[in-house]
Design a protein around this ligand. Structure first.
Ligand code: GDG
Length: 745
């Protein structure tokens, strides 16, 4: 479904990022747009090429709002537009920018998110400037945004912006992507309460929120739960009137561009040049000057390698390129001088007239030279102590069309989750680095090829086009989901309409979930008992209408409560059915035994580690309950982990389904659910009034399976496939009582 503006056409894509994609430079007194070479620009350029994307109108130029490196005077009367982008510069006064960008962003958020809390500075002036600067971006955006436009906000410099957009332009679709690690809650909570609340709520203004890895997603979900009290069901956060999808989208690179560069004459030349001037084994690294990149740790690891493995002396060159960055900040200047000194010391201690162990350059490299170095080197040594993703390692792998070379990669880089065939090291462990270098130098070619091939295939499959496409597909899907799950609380008119339909109908069927619908939710599931009033009412209704109790409970529990009423019963989510008046339960014919032995130990292990949680073994399902857990917060996290593990463990041929229920994680066969069971009843009768009420996620199957003309009611405000909502379980009684009283009139 396209994101449509008022006049019916798909809107434009607006990127908002700290930096614009280009700046204006003067060459021989002629102005020229100079394109920034960052990963984001190439990622967004991939969207230009991908005209099939339905989330926005690809025939319209991409609009880009960002901080201008040029002054307002410089841009006076100049065009800020090229074939792909139309730029909208935001001018930030110098002092504000200092507190905003260097201060809040780079002196606080960056170190905190990269696990350097000791470097984080908490200044009130920083946060003030951060709010003001986000406001300036918002004002610029407000000038250009139109109905139907899709806005994609980038990174930690603009965390408040999605919330601002949501408030003023509620109908526009907004995406947000966070490029650095989202930290564990222990670090995030170091932010003053008001700041962290503003940040979480700001981000939650978006429809889709993206991170590089599942860990970052988990950390953010936890922060959202604890800071803004918005709980999540898997990757969805329910904001009552809309849902936010929070998911991982590991950023990638233009694989073909790096792969194809291998035979480019300039690259071949740079490669040959490097091989001629350096020793027989080449190690290469390139990164921005930053403490998160582990440059000092890398040097220490290399130093250890030279100490422990002297047989490699005179045979190895380590080409280390550090790209100048943020060097107006004191910590960066200090780090630069540490690096200079360490390099000097290693070269002095180990080098000779004929051998310089480290060739160190503090400058940026042209692209062809960069790929020349990627393809000339035997080893890429990438040792961040924390990195959101790290694109350099992906570029290295993509450049290796020759399938040779070894990647040594820090386990602290987001990319390590995808590149398991690299030699994975702990950057803080210098011996680990030293051993990995030795292993890499000795690695047989077949093994290099095997590892490279696997990594190359993965990056080829999930390149930057797939990344952007994936993000926008989620945006489009979420829009469809919103349409489907739109919630409407029953009004008096709505209730009267149902009552009237009930009275007019002659053959009625009513489906009731048990827990949370007929009985309140209580901490101990065994004590969730239906009140006398509700039971009497159900009994009365069952005298006139077909009543079906639809539950995930086992047959013994339901029998005990309802055997004296003329109702049908569905137990264990549709696996077992007992018809009114019959003595025996019938097992669903698709049920197959023998699957529990593998799942039970996993659940037992989680129960053991989570005091108060327990496993219930039913005839056809296994349930891990955590309503009774001692520490609800901890249990919720364990439940998420269990869900995660089960979903990974269960293969399609096992025909098993994992249910994220109300304080319960349940596994059962896929062949049946509340939907298949209720539908069977409806199909076997000729009912002219169908009503279903439920509160749980498992009731969604029922809401979806019943005919469109049914009255489906969800209890609570979670978005649902039900057509209507009522607020609470207590209201069920009053609603039903009022509805059936129509018969007496
Ligand atoms: C942030 C996150 C995340 C670097 N030096 C030269 C050069 N580069 C290019 C590389 C690569 C890019 O810059 C660096 O990207 P990284 O991902 O490695 O690191 P950050 O700049 O810290 O980026 C990071 C990223 O955002 C994307 O979400 O992966 O974790 O920190 O493309 O090639 N390019 C050229 N010459 C250089 O000297 N041509």
């Amino acid at each position: 479904m396209e994101n449509l503006s008022d006049n019916g056409s798909a809107g434009r894509l607006i990127i908002v990022a700290y930096r614009l994609p280009f700046k204006l430079v003067w060459e021989n007194d002629q102005p020229r747009l100079f394109q920034n070479s960052g990963g984001l620009v190439s990622a967004v350029l991939s969207l230009v090429k991908d005209t099939s994307n339905a989330a926005f109108n690809a025939n319209e130029k991409i609009q880009w709002v960002g901080f201008s490196e040029n002054t307002q005077e410089e841009l006076e009367g100049q065009s800020m537009e090229n074939d792909n982008f139309q730029a909208h510069p935001v001018f930030i006064p110098e002092e504000m920018n200092e507190n905003y960008y260097e201060g809040f962003c780079n002196n606080l958020i960056w170190p905190l998110c990269h696990y350097f809390p000791s470097l984080a500075r908490f200044e009130d002036a920083y946060f003030e400037a951060y709010q003001q600067a986000n406001q300036l971006f918002f004002e610029k955006l407000s000038e250009i945004i139109r109905p139907g436009d899709v806005v994609w906000v980038q990174d930690y410099q603009l965390m408040l912006l999605p919330g601002m957009i949501r408030e003023k332009f509620a109908a526009n679709k907004v995406g947000f992507f966070f490029h650095i690690p989202f930290p564990s809650y222990e670090l995030f909570r170091m932010l003053p309460t008001g700041w962290r609340k503003a940040i979480v709520n700001g981000i939650l203004g978006a429809d889709v929120v993206g991170f590089h890895t599942n860990d970052y997603v988990e950390y953010f979900l936890k922060a959202a739960r604890l800071v803004s009290e918005h709980g999540n069901k898997l990757h969805y956060i329910n904001m009552s009137n809309r849902i936010v999808k929070v998911d991982s989208f590991p950023i990638s690179i233009d694989f073909a561009k790096f792969n194809d560069a291998y035979n480019k004459p300039e690259v071949v030349h740079a490669r040959e040049d490097a091989r001629q001037s350096l020793k027989e084994k080449i190690i290469f690294s390139v990164d921005r000057l930053d403490y998160s990149k582990g440059i000092i740790h890398r040097l220490r690891g290399y130093q250890r390698f030279l100490e422990r493995y002297p047989e490699w002396h005179e045979k190895v060159s380590f080409a280390m390129v550090v790209v100048p960055s943020r060097d107006t900040i004191e910590q960066y200047q200090q780090m630069k001088s540490d690096i200079d000194q360490t390099v000097g010391k290693i070269n002095a201690d180990f080098g000779s007239i004929s051998w310089q162990p480290i060739i160190y350059q503090y400058r940026s490299m042209p692209y062809d030279e960069l790929v020349g170095m990627y393809t000339a080197s035997d080893v890429a040594l990438i040792t961040p102590v924390r990195d959101g993703m790290n694109l350099v390692c992906k570029e290295y792998v993509a450049s290796r069309k020759d399938r040779r070379g070894v990647l040594i990669l820090s386990e602290m880089a987001g990319a390590a989750a995808e590149l398991g065939e690299a030699l994975i090291i702990n950057p803080l462990d210098r011996q680990d680095i030293a051993d990995a270098i030795k292993l890499a130098f000795e690695m047989p070619e077949e093994e290099q090829i095997k590892r490279m091939d696997a990594m190359r295939e993965r990056i080829r499959d999930y390149d930057v086009f797939a990344w952007t496409n994936d993000f926008f597909t989620q945006m489009t899907m979420l829009e469809q989901e919103h349409e489907r799950l739109k919630q409407a609380f029953l009004t008096d008119n709505g209730i009267n309409a149902i009552r009237l339909a009930y009275r007019r109908a002659s053959n009625r069927i009513l489906f009731f979930d048990y827990d949370g619908t007929l009985a309140p939710i209580v901490p101990d599931p065994a004590k969730a008992i239906i009140s006398q009033d509700v039971k009497r009412l159900i009994g009365e209704i069952a005298q006139r209408d077909t009543v079906v109790i639809v539950s995930g409970r086992d047959k013994f529990f339901l029998d005990k409560l309802f055997r004296d009423l003329p109702v049908h019963m569905i137990a264990e989510h549709g696996a077992l059915i007992k018809l009114k008046g019959e003595e025996d339960w019938t097992l669903n014919e698709n049920y197959e035994e023998g699957w529990k032995d593998n799942i039970r130990p996993i659940m037992d292990m989680y129960a053991k580690r989570c005091p108060g949680a327990f496993v219930e073994e039913k005839e056809t399902s296994l349930a891990w309950h955590y309503r009774t857990a001692d520490d609800p917060e901890y249990a919720t996290r364990r439940a998420q982990e269990l869900l995660w593990q089960l979903k990974n463990y269960i293969q399609p041929e096992m025909n098993l389904q994992v249910i994220d229920g109300n304080k319960v994680v349940e596994v059962k066969k896929t062949a049946f659910n509340k939907g298949t069971a209720t539908k069977m009843f409806v199909d076997n009768g000729s009912y002219d009034f169908v009503l279903a009420i439920g509160d749980d996620t498992t009731d969604e199957d029922m809401f979806e399976a019943l005919p469109e003309t049914s009255y489906t009611i969800k209890i609570g405000d979670d978005l649902s496939a039900a057509r209507n909502h009522i607020k609470s379980q207590e209201e069920v009684f009053y609603f039903l009582n009022f509805m059936v009283s129509a018969d007496q009139e």
